[in-house]
Design a protein around this ligand. Structure first.
Ligand code: SF4
Length: 682
C-alpha cells in the first residue's frame, strides 16, 4: 500500500478513460510517469467511482514484457520479426488474390468502435464479403435475435443506474457479482433500498445470499421455468391487460399455450417446487416496476433465442418494458461487445443494425462510402471455421480474439485454422491463435490509443491514450487503413484520426447520429442519440417499440442437445470468475490477479466427489466426446449434484476442447453452457 501511495504522488500526467475489461464501462483515471502506470482510481460515470479488482489492479498487462513489439512473418515454419512494410505488403499481396466469400474476418469486442467500424468496412468493400463477425456470436447473438423479434432492439433496455428504481429484480443466468461486479453492487444497493431479489441459477452464486427467492432449476431448463412464471401470473390475474392491448400483439396465442402447460410437468423438468415458481412469479408481477438482468446462462444454449423470447414475454405481459426501473437487461461480457455489434461487425447487419438484405439500407451506406456492399449475408463465427475446414474460406484475418481457447470444440478450430491458405492475426500478445498465423501484427492496447467503447447500457464513452505503445505496435485502425491503402482503396480509408471515423459513423448509423468525440469529452452518451441536440436515451421503448408492437411468441421446451448418459454422466457448465477476463491473455499477465487465482479448478458437488472417491485438490481428467483436459478438484456445493463447473481463462486447461458446437438455429450461438462429460481421477 505504501508503495502505491508513493507512486501515486509521482504521476506525471493522467487521463480519464474506460476500463478495458467487462461491459460495465467503468470510468478510470490512470496516472503515468515515464510511460509506466503509477495510479488507477475510479471516476464518476456509470460506476460512480467504484471499481472491481480487475479495473483497479489489472492494467499491468499493458506493460508486460510479453507484448508484441514488431510484426512477425512465418518463414520456413517459424514466426520471425519483420518490418511494417514487409508485413503490410505481404498481406496486401496475399489478400488481393482472394475474392469475396473466400475471406473471413473476426473483429474484436476489445477494439474501439472506430476500429470495428473500419474492420467491417474493410471486409465489405475491400474484400467484398459479409463474412464478418465478432465474439458476440458466442455470448449475446441470441439476445439480438430474440429481443429484435420481440421488441425490435437487441440492446439493454434500461440503465445500470436505473436498477435503483426497481421494486423487484429477477437475476437469471447471470453471476453478476463475479462477471459484472459493479452492477452486482447496484443490485445489492437496490436490495438495501427495499427491492425484492429473485435469483434463478443452478449454481449457488453470491447473490443467492441476498435473494428473497433462489430458484435452483436444473441446467438447461430456464425456458420451462420462465413459462411456469408466466402461467402463474396469468392464472393469478396479474397480467397487465392494458399494456398488452395497447402495445403488443400475439398474446391470445401465447395465453392459450400457457393454458395447455401442466405445472407438474414444469416442476418435473426444472426440479423446482410449484410453490417456489409461483412465489417468484408473484414477486415479479407485483414489483412495480420489475427488472430482468440476465447474461450467458440464458443465451449460450441451443434454445438461447427461445430463452430470450420467454423473458420478453414475461416482461411484456406485466407491462415492465418502457418504464424506469423495469426492462430486460442483458449484460454484455467484453468491454465493447455492444459497440462491435452497433458497428456492424455482424454477417447480416450493417452499422446501426441495418439489415444487409435491405436494398434501401445498402444504398444509403453505399452513397456515403462510394463503394458497393455485397448483398448476401455472410457466415457467422462458428460457420466460418466450418467453411475453413471445407475449403470455402481460404484466408482469415482475426483481430484481438483468441478462438483457439474461446470457441467451442477447440480442436475443430485448430484444424480449421490449419486448413487455411493464409491467416493474419492482430493482437497485443502472441496468443494461442496468433501462434498459428502466417503474419502477426502488433496492436496498441486501449491505454495507448484514442477512440470510444460502448458499454452494456448503450453508453458511448471515450477511450484515451495514456501510454505510448511498446516498440512498433500500432492502433488497429491505423493497421487496417494501411492495408486497405496498399490494396488500392484510398477512397474510404483516408482517415487522419478516430474522431474523423466517428463522424462517418454518425452519418451511417442513425442511433449514433448525434455522437461525436467533441460531445463525449464532457461524458458518455447512451444511444439512440440521433442528432447533435439529442441528450441520449436512458431507457428504451418509452413511446413504443421499434417494430411497432411488441410480439409475444409461443414457445416449446427443447432439451439441451447433448444430454448426459452412462458414458458421460455429468453436465459441464462453463463460465467466468471475478479475477480473470476472457481467455486470460490480459489478466493472466497481472501479478496480483494471478496470485488470487492462477489455475483452473474443477468445481464438483461434495456428494459427487464422494461417489467418485475424490478429495479436495485431486488431479482429474474431465473428458467429453470431443477431448479431455486436466485440472484439480474443488469440492463445493456451489455446483449442484451432477454438474461440473469450469472456466475458459486458463490455456493450460483449455476447457473449450470439451464444449459442443451445437447451435441455436436462429442465432447460431453455440451451446457453451451444457455438454456431457465424465470425470476420472488421475
Ligand atoms: Fe472494469 Fe467491469 Fe470491473 Fe468495472 S466492473 S472495473 S468495467 S472489469
Amino acid at each position: 500500500l505504501y508503495a502505491r501511495i508513493e507512486k501515486w504522488e509521482r504521476a506525471e500526467h493522467s487521463a480519464v478513460t474506460t476500463c478495458p475489461f467487462c461491459g460495465v464501462g467503468c470510468q478510470i483515471e490512470v496516472g503515468a510517469r515515464n510511460n509506466h502506470i503509477v495510479r488507477v482510481r475510479g471516476q464518476r460515470g456509470p460506476n460512480e467511482g467504484q471499481l472491481c479488482v480487475k479495473g483497479r489492479f489489472g492494467l499491468e498487462f499493458a506493460e508486460s514484457t510479453d507484448r508484441l513489439k514488431t510484426p512477425m512473418i512465418r518463414r520456413d515454419g517459424v514466426l520471425v520479426s519483420a518490418t511494417w512494410d514487409e508485413a503490410l505488403d505481404l498481406i496486401a499481396e496475399r489478400l488481393s488474390s482472394y475474392k469475396g466469400d473466400e475471406f473471413g474476418m473476426v473483429a474484436s469486442a476489445k477494439c474501439t468502435n472506430e476500429e470495428v467500424y473500419l474492420a467491417q468496412k474493410f471486409a465489405r468493400v475491400v474484400m467484398g464479403t459479409n463474412n464478418i463477425d465478432n465474439c458476440a456470436r458466442l455470448c449475446h447473438a441470441s439476445t439480438i435475435s430474440g429481443l429484435s423479434i420481440a421488441i425490435g432492439s437487441g440492446a439493454m433496455t434500461n440503465s445500470i443506474d436505473d436498477l435503483r428504481n426497481a421494486g423487484c429484480i429477477l437475476v437469471i443466468g447471470s453471476n453478476t457479482t463475479e462477471q459484472h461486479p459493479v452492477i452486482g453492487l447496484r443490485i445489492k444497493e437496490a436490495k438495501r433500498r427495499g427491492a425484492r431479489i429473485i435469483v434463478a441459477n443452478p449454481r449457488r452464486i453470491e447473490l443467492c445470499g441476498i435473494a428473497d427467492v433462489w430458484i435452483r432449476n436444473r441446467p438447461g431448463t430456464d425456458l420451462p421455468l420462465i413459462l411456469g412464471m408466466c402461467k402463474s401470473i396469468k392464472d393469478a390475474g396479474l397480467a397487465d391487460m392494458g399494456f398488452i392491448r395497447d402495445r403488443t400483439e400475439g398474446f391470445e396465442d401465447f395465453a392459450r399455450s400457457l393454458d395447455e402447460l401442466q405445472m407438474d410437468v414444469i416442476c418435473g423438468l426444472t426440479g423446482v417446487d410449484e410453490s417456489l415458481i409461483k412465489e417468484a412469479a408473484l414477486l415479479y408481477a407485483n414489483g412495480n416496476p420489475s427488472s430482468i438482468v440476465y447474461s450467458m446462462g440464458i443465451t449460450q444454449h441451443a434454445c438461447g433465442t427461445d430463452n430470450v423470447l420467454a423473458l420478453a414475454n414475461l416482461a411484456m405481459m406485466t407491462g415492465n418494458i418502457g418504464v424506469p426501473g423495469g426492462g430486460i437487461n442483458p449484460l454484455r461480457g467484453q468491454n465493447n461487445v455492444q459497440g462491435a455489434c452497433d458497428m456492424g461487425a455482424l454477417p447480416n447487419m450493417l452499422p446501426g443494425y441495418q439489415n444487409v438484405l435491405s436494398a434501401e439500407a445498402r444504398a444509403m451506406i453505399e452513397g456515403i462510402w462510394g463503394m458497393r456492399i455485397p448483398e448476401r449475408p455472410g457466415l457467422t463465427l462458428v460457420e466460418m471455421f466450418d467453411a475453413a475446414r471445407s475449403g470455402r474460406i481460404r484466408a482469415m484475418y482475426i483481430i484481438g480474439e483468441n478462438p483457439v481457447l474461446s470457441e467451442p470444440d477447440a480442436g475443430h478450430v485448430i484444424e480449421a485454422l490449419g486448413d487455411l491458405d493464409f491467416l493474419v492475426v492482430q493482437d497485443i500478445f502472441l496468443t494461442e491463435t496468433a501462434q498459428l498465423a502466417d503474419v502477426v501484427l502488433p496492436a496498441a492496447c486501449s491505454l495507448e490509443k484514442d477512440g470510444t467503447f460502448t458499454s452494456t447500457e448503450r453508453r458511448v464513452q471515450m477511450v484515451r491514450r495514456i501510454l505510448a505503445p511498446p516498440g512498433d505496435a500500432r492502433p488497429d485502425w491505423w493497421i487496417l487503413q494501411e492495408i486497405a491503402l496498399r490494396m488500392g482503396y484510398r477512397k474510404g480509408f483516408s482517415f487522419s484520426s478516430t474522431a474523423e471515423i466517428m463522424n462517418e459513423i454518425s452519418r451511417v448509423a442513425r442511433i449514433y447520429g448525434g455522437i461525436s468525440h467533441e460531445r463525449l469529452e464532457s461524458g458518455g452518451i447512451q444511444w439512440p442519440c440521433t442528432d447533435p441536440e439529442h441528450p441520449g436515451t436512458s431507457y428504451l421503448h418509452r413511446d413504443g417499440f421499434a417494430n411497432g408492437r411488441g410480439r409475444f411468441s409461443v414457445l416449446r421446451y427443447r432439451p439441451p442437445e447433448e444430454l448426459p448418459d452412462s458414458e458421460y454422466p455429468m453436465v459441464l457448465l462453463t463460465g467466468r470468475i471475478l479475477y480473470h477476463y476472457h481467455t486470460g491473455t490480459m489478466t493472466r499477465r497481472v501479478h496480483d490477479l494471478e496470485y488470487l487465482r492462477g489455475e483452473e479448478v474443477v468445481e464438483i458437488n461434495p456428494e459427487d466427489g464422494a461417489n467418485l472417491g475424490l478429495n479436495e485438490g485431486d488431479l482429474v481428467e474431465v473428458a467429453s466426446r470431443r477431448g479431455s483436459v486436466r485440472a484439480r478438484v474443488r469440492l463445493t456445493d456451489r455446483s449442484p449434484k451432477g454438474t461440473v463447473f469450469m472456466t475458459f481463462h486458463f490455456s493450460e486447461t483449455p476447457t473449450n476442447v470439451l464444449t459442443s458446437r451445437c447451435l441455436d438455429p436462429v442465432a447460431k450461438i453455440p451451446e457453451l453452457k451444457f455438454c456431457a462429460v465424465r470425470i476420472r481421477k488421475i
